[in-house]
Ligand binder design. Structure first.
Ligand code: ZN
Length: 248
């Protein structure tokens, strides 16, 4: 199967990759939205929504605080690194990700579009100041929630909360990439969260093809030219090997 995927990537350029929680679970990061995920244990309306944050930001930070530390320590896995290599080979134009964990950047990918935001920064809704992840982690050491050093308001992570719109620049960019892609490669996404789940249809409508590497079914399996039900951390490095051999 990895040879078939290597063929597709080689023959159908440009290739754009769409990643979801499944690529990060191999780095030990729990999936927020799966049936056993965090949002099954914590009511998102109380811990993950923008209304909850406005009502009681300290309570929302009681959920995020331990997760920030955990996410900041997680390491990219072979699937993230394989995508970096594909980009360096000129075979991946960009990675569009639903993940907020920064693992694509930390692995070394250059073109990353974070459609759900990331933990990389937090902002003050009062004065607009932005704080880096490192600074937020420092502020969290002695407090239940990080507050703005200028005006005292509690900072909000720059991740998209339930009830918030997706960042329009990122989502516009993602749809443009999907339209231009001759291959959209989905890695570790069940394609259940809109509007991101609409990206593959955008590619297909524009005449491109779809390949899916995901454990578990997706609503678009029947539309995919190639469907691989295996670990991304095993499949993608094998694809890189196959493409390197082809070049040698
Ligand atoms: Zn402020």
């Amino acid at each position: 199967v990895s040879a078939a995927l290597a063929d597709l990537i080689h023959n159908r350029q440009p290739c754009v990759v769409l990643t979801g929680a499944g690529i990060s679970t191999e780095s030990g990061i729990p999936d927020f939205r799966s049936p056993t995920g965090l949002w099954a244990q914590f009511d998102p309306l109380e811990y993950g929504s923008i209304d909850a944050f406005r009502r009681d930001p300290v309570k929302v930070w009681s959920f995020y605080r331990p997760r920030f530390a955990m996410l900041a320590e997680a390491e990219p896995n072979p699937a993230h690194r394989a995508l970096v290599e594909l980009e360096q080979l000129g075979l991946v134009r960009a990675v569009v990700t639903q993940n907020i964990d920064l693992l694509h950047e930390r692995a070394g990918s250059r073109e990353v579009v974070e459609v759900h935001g990331s933990i990389g920064s937090s902002s003050c809704s009062g004065c607009g100041r932005s704080y880096s992840l490192e600074r937020v982690l420092e502020l969290l050491e002695g407090a239940e929630a990080p507050d703005c050093q200028a005006c005292g308001r509690i900072l909000k992570p720059d991740v998209v909360f339930f009830g918030e719109l997706l960042p329009s620049t990122a989502i516009d960019c993602a749809f443009e990439l999907a339209r231009e892609a001759r291959l959209l490669l989905v890695v570790g996404s069940a394609l259940e969260v809109y509007p991101v789940a609409g990206l593959p249809l955008e590619t297909i409508r524009a005449g491109g093809e779809l390949a899916i590497v995901n454990r578990g079914a997706t609503p678009l399996d029947a539309r995919a030219s190639l469907r691989i039900e295996e670990s991304a951390g095993e499949v993608l490095p094998a694809v890189v090997e196959a493409l390197r051999r082809r070049r040698a």
